[in-house]
Unconditional design. Structure first.
Length: 326
């Protein structure tokens, strides 16, 4: 069995792009691997957070993890800051990474673009991510394409430490999403669906009420030729809806095209609303059951304990290799 590690930041609610593109994969992977899924709260404070809101978001994401089918009996689910070794290993790795390579990270460049001086934590964000992954001896890291550079850096750091101090880390591999798994914004099919876009109607959050889902889909940007055909260049809006339809229903895109041939967008969008609402309803029910239950905190506590055992073992190995401690 392989070890899988991934993390999601507790910033805002998850949308169907996060779900179809990343989280659904997390659920599938837990059948044949040892999976560790983390809510990376230390990463989220690299940009300013309201402490009260952050605490809620951590539990929101944990509940959503469970609601979509991540099973804490099969996988380890925990909150990053509850396992001290993440910050500890990050320090050791910071001493083995270079300002030059960190300055080249596009995410840092984008996020620090508008300010004269960025927080050091934002600069070191990828090193903390490397620590997350290397602590658990992960073989596979399922992430979006936007994380490719961070995975490369993790591999570089792991190899560098192994070469310098002897075999210490497993060199992980990224498992990247198919390009087709990218869900685009409903109001602008040229940009990806995102948590932080100002227009609420650009996305469907996993917890949206049916009326909001209906409004967002019925008003989604398409084109004027009325043909249901998958063509991301000429018909990006319709293609995105076809992609969402196919991902939720499991029907191949070509079957959906045939089914709606000659029917215009109205019927297609109406059916899509139903499919999305029906797919999200059970997730929302499970979410409501667990979100305020003591069980949630108990499960996260168990996750912390299991993660901590693995993380401590790695830290002992690291300290030994580096000559740290007594
Ligand atoms: P933001 O847009 O505010 O930066 P986000 O919505 O991209 O946030 P992240 O927390 O960065 O969310 O991503 C969580 C996971 O979901 C990542 O693996 C990312 O690649 C994936 N993901 C994010 N948006 C989409 C999308 N539109 N389609 C498919 N996968 C996505
Ligand atoms: N940077 C990632 C979140 C993240 C992560 C990780 C993903 C933090 N640590 C370790 C995989 C493995 C993001 O923004 N999606």
């Amino acid at each position: 069995m392989k070890r899988v590690f991934s993390g999601v930041q507790p910033t805002g609610n998850l949308h169907i792009g996060n779900y179809l593109g990343a989280l659904r994969q997390f659920v599938d992977l837990q059948e044949e691997n040892h999976c560790v899924y983390c809510i990376v709260d230390l990463h989220s404070i690299t940009v300013e957070q309201d402490p009260v809101v952050l605490k809620e978001h951590i539990l929101d994401i944990a509940s959503l993890y469970m609601a979509i089918g991540i099973d804490p009996k099969k996988s380890i689910v925990f909150v990053q800051s509850t396992v001290p070794a993440h910050a500890e290993l990050a320090w050791v790795l910071m001493c083995n990474s270079y300002t030059g390579e960190l300055s080249r990270m596009t995410q840092f460049k984008q996020k620090s673009r508008d300010s004269e001086s960025a927080p050091t934590g934002l600069f070191c964000y990828p090193v903390l991510m490397a620590a997350d992954i290397l602590l658990y001896d992960a073989d596979i890291v399922p992430v979006g394409n936007d994380q490719k550079q961070h995975i490369e850096l993790t591999r570089d750091i792991a190899l560098r430490v192994n070469n310098k101090y002897g075999e210490t880390f497993i060199v992980p591999e990224g498992r990247f999403l198919r390009e087709g798994a990218r869900i685009m914004a409903l109001d602008d099919p040229m940009s990806k669906m995102s948590k932080s876009a100002p227009n609420e109607a650009s996305r469907i959050s996993l917890l949206d009420a049916p009326a909001k889902i209906k409004k967002a889909i019925m008003r989604s940007t398409t084109d004027s030729d009325g043909e249901i055909r998958f063509d991301t260049k000429e018909k990006p809006g319709v293609s995105n809806l076809l992609n969402i339809y196919s991902s939720f229903s499991g029907k191949p895109v070509s079957d959906i095209e045939k089914q709606y041939a000659g029917q215009g967008y109205g019927a297609f969008k109406k059916d899509l609303v139903e499919i999305v609402v029906d797919s999200l309803t059970p997730i929302q029910e499970r979410y409501r059951e667990i979100r305020h239950a003591q069980e949630l905190k108990d499960l996260l506590q168990e996750g912390t304990e299991k993660a901590d055992v693995i993380a401590r073992k790695t830290m002992t190995r690291v300290k030994e290799r580096f000559g740290l401690g007594i």
